[in-house]
Write a protein that binds this ligand. Sequence first.
Ligand code: MG
Length: 235
Amino acid sequence: MPREGPDELRYDAVFLDIDGTLLWVDLDVECYVSALSPYTTDGPLTIEKATGPVWEGLRTHIRENINYSTEDELARFRRENAAKTARSLGLDAPNDVLVEVADRYISFNPYRESEEVLNELKRTGAPLYALSNWDIALKEVLDDLGWTRFFDGLVVSAIVGAEKPDGAIFEEALRVAGVEPHRAVHVGNDPVSDVRGAARAGIDAVLIDRRGGVDAPEATVVLPDLRGLPGLVRG
Ligand SMILES: [Mg+2]
């Protein structure tokens, strides 16, 4: 929706990546080990032994979740993935235990400024959209964080059927927001899926480079964290 007069903003829609931008995903391997140690068949389960396979399970989930577009399918995929990780560690645990542990040992951790910046972005009046390569359950994660209220819509790869940097998911975000590319900005931490993807779709891209040193020549702006965003959106 175009704005006029003194309230005019630089952008009419803000697209936000989630992982690595608003929060980071962590796995509590110690929790995994203590919960599943009773089920070993292949010597003691240690943190050293479990760390690789447990993180590989998360990478498998991230790589393959786009293939599962219903809750039932996703639940089955998660069960099978958890069982595969457990098997590779010589664990013989019931499936419901594995799934319950998998729910417990993953955590979604907001960056320290995320919530304050989301509040401030809301106050600019610009609609916010999550634009994320994520499984179909992103809304539950945002609900648990109390963040659903910040977003006017969620554009999620496993629901759209396309992942950033594919132009199709950016097109879908523009459609959902009802804005032209030049009136939208996408914010993310990945030089390819976020920055190149947005730039190719004609959308300004803000790279959040928390550690420094990311090479993203197509970025409109590079910020060390989220705090510069509200000013950028106001223009
Ligand atoms: Mg990211």
